[in-house]
Design a protein around this ligand. Structure first.
Ligand code: ATP
Ligand code: MG
Length: 370
């Protein structure tokens, strides 16, 4: 009997060719899913993975042509304009409708409030003027910010005056400053079939708005972890998202939980799942967008610490030698060029004792492999 078209494995298209696309494509291939990648650099992180289609993920014509040869199209970045994403039609996962609910930080916050997630007080402004609140506050571009680009921490009257004197253009979300005690994140998955799953809540540390360490599991109380997970599942279901999604929260000294932001795709804070959980976030994303059963999300080790390997100089990049890894699971992204602060790879340390792993991660970072 010849195979009907529905028997052949469905082709997954990925918009983008950076590290998240690379790790998603690797997971798909491990599941036997054929992959196509739309991007600019066939010799970059996705070199040698699936079928590489050279094109522009911000060009609707390129996306439409790319989608034709795919059964499902997913992405590694939410910064693609809705009218371009629309070119993938109903093959897009997460769907355009769910994206549009959280398309920018202003809509995302309104959606969070609608779904019962507490957020810090905020206002949305179309231009900066003297009506700005007094310091301290955090100003964020409603659209296009990441890793602190597009965020301004305004902590004093002097910083407020400087901000007023040289204001960014574009819509801004002005948030009350949150004197948080810690930050946590949780990654959840919602499948095409509506099934959901949640990974452990993790603690995150950021320096200059960039995540530097992820510690799994979080050391918050089980009650707080359950509350964070409950809110994240309410959000992913309320938005109707398909795929994995990470939500970041602030925890204040009195134990209040405030939603910060969501990422509708695999996320840096869940990279540890590759080495420390039964199913990696990338495999889970592939499973979710293709409607395959979701995998178990439990940890396979007592503790994990992930550190980003950030560039320390500008120039051609070369992978660190295996013996430099110090027992860590190193994931190198194969970017051709390094620059100070650029995410070049990450490393996960696993073991029994968080403090010991943090010490090892500091030693690894001090070696400046990148
Ligand atoms: P990401 O790298 O996660 O994409 P981003 O650039 O979108 O980040 P946010 O996550 O909104 O930005 O903010 C980055 C960091 O800045 C947060 O993790 C937190 O440490 C700090 N921060 C954000 N908002 C506030 C706030 N209202 N009050 C105090 N600190 C804040
Ligand atoms: Mg963030």
């Amino acid at each position: 009997m010849s195979a009907s078209p529905t028997d052949s494995p469905r082709v997954l298209g990925i918009l983008g060719d950076g590290q998240l696309a690379k790790m998603t494509a690797e997971a798909a291939q491990t599941l036997g899913v054929p992959v196509r990648i739309l991007g600019a650099d066939p010799e970059g992180p996705c070199a040698g993975l699936g079928v590489f289609v050279r094109g522009d993920v911000h060009n609707a014509g390129d996306v439409a042509a790319f989608a034709e040869a795919c059964d499902v199209v997913t992405l590694e970045s939410e910064f693609i304009a809705p009218e371009v994403l629309a070119a993938a039609g109903d093959k897009l996962r997460p769907s355009l409708a769910s994206f549009q609910r959280i398309d920018n930080k202003a809509d995302e916050k309104a959606e969070a409030e609608r779904l019962g997630l507490p957020v810090a007080p905020y206002r949305v402004v179309d231009h900066v003027d003297a009506a700005l609140p007094g310091a301290p506050f955090m100003a964020k571009l409603a659209k296009g910010g990441y890793d602190g680009y597009g965020n301004w921490a305004v902590r004093s009257e002097a910083e407020r005056q400087a901000f007023l004197a040289d204001p960014p253009s574009g819509r801004l979300v002005i948030e009350d400053w949150v004197p948080f005690e810690r930050e946590v994140a949780v990654t959840v998955a919602r499948s095409e079939t509506g099934d959901t799953a949640a990974y452990p809540v993790v603690d995150t540390l950021q320096a200059n708005h960039v995540c530097t360490r992820v510690m799994a599991p979080s050391s918050v109380t089980p009650e707080l972890a359950a509350e964070v997970t409950r809110l994240a599942l309410a959000f992913v279901e309320g938005v109707g998202h398909t795929g994995v999604m990470t939500l970041e929260f602030f925890i204040t000294a009195d134990g209040a939980v405030l939603f910060n932001e969501s990422s509708p795709r695999p996320h840096n804070s869940a990279h540890y799942t590759m080495d420390a959980c039964e199913t990696s976030q990338f495999e889970q994303h592939v499973r979710a967008v293709l409607g395959m059963p979701l995998g178990p999300t439990g940890m396979t080790v007592p503790q994990a610490v992930m550190l980003n390997l950030l560039g320390s100089f500008a120039g051609p990049a070369s992978a660190p030698a295996a013996d430099e890894a110090d027992g860590a699971h190193v994931h190198w992204y194969n970017k051709r060029e390094t620059r100070p602060g650029r995410k070049m790879g990450h490393a996960t340390l696993v073991g029994d004792d968080r403090d010991q792993l943090l010490g090892q991660s500091d030693a690894l970072e001090a070696r400046r492999l990148t």
